[in-house]
Design a protein around this ligand. Structure first.
Ligand code: JAH
Length: 260
């Protein structure tokens, strides 16, 4: 996969992309990431990339010409998703990351100031993504989050020690507790079941812990998780009253099985 990022602050990407999984993926040729400074495509003497908003009001808006010039020059004749990171976009989830990971090429545009001229959204951008409901100073941290989540899904990026399929949010559940040596730390012992060597019982305990932790911290996730009928019944017993996948809620109630 090739990823092109358009930004006024290219320095913000240097550290995050020069370490850990993303660095390894680039070194192995599994992804090629290019950072482009939008300012390089400004044509005036002062290389201006922003201007005051028509209609008045405070702040500045990113001008369309340098963004169009940058994206069109780098894209060439290719067609690929051109994604704007913005609080107005669809919310980024593991499902969106999986979708983006299927493309051979992505372009990410990072806005700044009050945002970008609307003609960029209307005539250049193909997709708008938000990583959550909070205010950032610009789209750069969101672009780093999107790149991290997508790159680790590319074939060959993760080692065998951990498949992307086992990840929390790929299962639709939070993970339960993890322990490593020592078996006793400051008087706190590792649960005996994990030392028992009974692999099937350990797997069942871990699944139960994942269900319990999801119920306690993110019960909203249970509505979409893949659960057996036995697991659904057990969660009801633990006090879960919400919906499960396949049970279509109507006005907050389960639908009547009888025709109206
Ligand atoms: C801030 C342009 N979803 C988080 C997010 C993404 C982008 C921005 N803010 C929050 C942002 C200023 C200018 C984009």
């Amino acid at each position: 996969m090739r990823i092109d990022i358009f930004t006024l602050f290219p320095d913000m990407f240097v550290g995050p992309f020069a370490a850990s999984i993303i660095k390894r993926a680039q070194d192995r040729g599994l992804v090629s990431i290019a950072i482009h400074n939008i300012r390089d495509w400004a044509t005036d003497k002062h290389q201006i990339t922003d201007d005051t908003p028509y209609g008045g009001g405070g702040g500045m808006v990113m001008k369309p010409e340098p963004i169009f010039a940058a994206v069109e020059a780098v894209r060439g004749d290719d067609s690929c998703p051109v994604i704007l990171l913005t609080p107005q976009g669809r919310v980024f989830t593991q499902a969106v990351a999986q979708e983006l990971a299927t493309y051979p090429r992505l372009m990410l545009i990072c806005g700044r100031y009050e945002g970008v001229d609307e003609r960029v959204r209307e005539h250049l951008v193909t997709d708008e993504i938000s990583i959550g409901d909070y205010v950032l100073s610009g789209g750069e941290p969101a672009a780093i989050v999107v790149v991290d989540a997508v790159v680790r899904l590319l074939p060959g990026v993760l080692g065998y020690e951990r498949s992307a399929l086992e990840d929390s949010h790929a299962t639709g559940l939070l993970e339960g507790p993890h322990y490593t040596r020592p078996v006793e730390f400051r008087g706190w012992r590792v649960p005996d079941i994990l030392l028992s060597g009974h692999h099937a019982r350990i797997a069942a305990w871990r699944r139960q812990q994942a269900l319990l932790r999801t119920l306690q911290r993110r019960p909203d996730l249970l509505a979409r998780a893949r659960l057996t009928p036995q697991e659904r019944a057990w969660l009801r017993n633990q006090g879960y009253t919400g919906p499960f996948a396949g049970e279509e809620a109507v006005n907050g109630k389960a639908p009547s099985p009888f025709p109206a």
